[in-house]
Design a protein around this ligand. Structure first.
Ligand code: THU
Length: 160
């Protein structure tokens, strides 16, 4: 029997410790939550993608009366970024969320599994690590790439 221990390095920053660029990106994700369309869950998520060309793209969760037809903020943002700028890698993706009382989450927002898979595809397609910033009032998690969010992940290489 062998054992595999996968370690996931996560840096935890206080807002004031972030670089100016990261603070701006977190601010953009927080601000985007105001444009969320979440009449059913009342959970407002915002994401901000910093592209390699310097452009920042934001997106929010978009819900639907037919619940599964809605989409999370992370996928809305990445699909929009990849649609508008198909040749631009994403350097950093920042994510923030507010609860039904309108308060930002205390703990860093954990992206859902489907969004993690889409993040991985974005990282792989550009062969460029995508840094992830997860905003929480108690701290901001920084992951150096998507691999940390999705160990033992499935990607196109498995089908070769
Ligand atoms: N949601 C996101 O936008 N991102 C996440 O990472 C988790 C969940 C959205 C989907 C739905 O609109 C609402 O939050 C509640 O699940």
């Amino acid at each position: 029997m062998k054992e595999l221990n996968i370690q996931i390095p996560i840096k935890i920053y206080e807002y004031e410790e972030l670089t100016d660029a990261d603070r701006k990106l977190i601010d953009a994700a927080c601000e985007a939550t105001q444009r969320s369309y979440a009449p059913y869950s009342h959970f407002s998520v915002g994401a901000a993608a910093q592209l390699e060309n310097g452009i920042t793209v934001t997106g929010t969760n978009q819900e639907n009366a037919a619940y599964p037809s809605g989409l999370c903020a992370e996928r809305t943002t990445l699909f929009y970024a990849n649609s508008q700028y198909p040749d631009q890698a994403v350097d950093t993706l920042a994510i923030a969320a507010r609860n039904e009382r309108g308060e930002f989450l205390e703990d860093p927002i954990p992206p859902c599994g489907a969004c993690r898979q889409v993040m991985l595809e974005t990282e792989k397609r550009f062969k460029h690590p995508m840094r992830i910033l997860l905003f929480g009032k108690k701290g901001i998690y920084e992951l150096k790439n998507v691999g940390g969010l999705l160990p033992l992940s499935f990607d196109a290489s498995a089908m070769e």
